[in-house]
Design a protein around this ligand. Structure first.
Ligand SMILES: Nc1ncnc2c1ncn2[C@@H]1O[C@H](COP(=O)(O)O)[C@@H](O)[C@H]1O
Ligand SMILES: O=P(O)(O)OC[C@H]1O[C@H](OP(=O)(O)OP(=O)(O)O)[C@H](O)[C@@H]1O
Ligand SMILES: [Mg+2]
Ligand SMILES: [Mg+2]
Length: 338
């Protein structure tokens, strides 16, 4: 390459752009940057990919506004920006948007927003008049900022993929949870969806657990953040119930569900959820003795003060790393979940 350049003037050793072993020029290489929302997860992803996180300055001005500067050239690079939009959601979202904008203006070839937890996902439709569909607004913001594609894990509702008109890879944390559950060798399992929105997720989960039976809880919400459970559809008596959800926020849904399952004769209750949102009083509810274990992943960092003895945290870093690699290599992502 670059033979057209005067070799007497520039020897190939002095050229900055070298072809790598795959024949792709090095300036199209994969680069990974982390926002501040979950640096330990980003570091684990980088370790899986055998690379370092790219250098980036992130600071706050005296007036509270954010400043981001990518500290190396990313011209022509395929850039992956890892940032779950968890608490503080508005700050983390804004930081992601600023990172995307900075990469676009720095002439990155492709920008993938890697969003292990997609905040505002529960505002996925109008449930009353004169409400915003904030999940769609967030999609518009990410797209408009300049993202070329999105990688997200366990969206609250899968339809959010369609809020984007750019390629979207939706992956699941369930394989790491299956592996963990398999190691426990539980018997007489019933997989339980704690509400109607979780039925498809729980059904897929049950299928993977040797076609375990499925039960569904009829949950209602009379007010925001208040969960009321009415009934269990399915047989749970004497069984090990595995509640499966996308997220645990205040813990109302999963603990009210567990209480009902115990009342209906479940022998043991395990809670599984990808995203540990953990708003108060989640810790108190989850550690009240209803659960054998509460199994979550590290899409959202869990501060020490929110941990409790029954909590098991599994890492999705390898899964995200493998997905990033497959996106970069243009190979199948869906085959990871068959
Ligand atoms: N972040 C949120 N926390 C709690 N509730 C929320 C949030 N965003 C939207 N909501 C409300 O949740 C329900 C969703 O309706 P479902 O039928 O249970 O899916 C709705 O009232 C949203 O305003
Ligand atoms: O821990 P909590 O504070 O109870 O919140 C978490 C629950 O809220 C969401 O469900 P949602 O109420 O949106 O119902 P859906 O899944 O049927 O859409 C989410 O899927 C969890 O089930
Ligand atoms: Mg919902
Ligand atoms: Mg739910």
């Amino acid at each position: 390459m670059n033979a057209h350049r005067g070799s007497a003037v520039l020897s190939s050793a002095s050229l900055k752009v070298q072809p790598d072993i795959t024949g792709v020029t090095e300036n199209h290489r994969l680069r990974l940057f982390s926002g501040s929302a979950n640096v330990p997860l980003s570091q684990e992803v980088a370790r899986y990919l055998g690379m370092d996180l790219g250098p980036m300055i992130r600071k706050r001005f005296a007036d509270g506004e954010l400043y981001v500067q990518i500290q190396e050239s990313i011209r022509g690079c395929d850039v992956y920006l890892i940032q779950p939009t968890c608490k503080p959601v508005n700050d983390n979202l804004m930081e992601l948007l600023i990172m995307v904008d900075a990469c676009r203006r720095a002439s990155a070839r492709q920008i993938t927003a890697v969003i292990p937890y997609y905040g505002y996902a529960r505002a996925d439709r109008k449930t009353a008049g004169r409400e915003s569909i904030t999940a769609k607004l967030v999609a518009n913001l990410i797209t408009k900022a300049g993202a070329s594609r999105v990688l997200a894990m366990d969206l609250h509702s899968a339809q959010i993929q369609g809020y984007f008109d750019i390629p979207f890879d939706h992956v699941y944390g369930s394989p790491v949870i299956f592996d963990y559950l398999a190691s426990k060798q539980l018997s007489d399992i019933v997989v339980v969806s704690p509400d109607v929105g979780g039925v498809a997720r729980a059904r897929a989960f049950a299928k993977k657990l040797d076609d375990a039976p499925l039960a569904i809880i009829d949950k209602r919400r009379q007010a925001h953040n208040v969960a009321e459970v009415m009934n269990v559809i399915g047989d749970v008596k004497g069984k090990t119930a595995i509640l499966v959800d996308d997220m645990i926020d205040t813990g109302g849904t999963i603990t009210e569900g567990a209480r009902l399952l115990r009342q209906q004769g479940a022998r043991q209750v395990y809670a599984c959820a990808t995203h540990a949102v953990f708003s108060p009083p989640a810790k108190e509810r989850l550690s009240s003795g209803l659960f054998e274990e509460v199994i979550v992943t590290n899409t959202i960092p869990i501060p020490e003060c929110d941990r409790f003895p029954q909590l098991v945290t599994l890492s999705v870093a390898n899964l995200l790393g493998e997905t990033i690699w497959r996106i970069h290599e243009d190979t199948s992502v869906s085959s990871m979940f068959r």
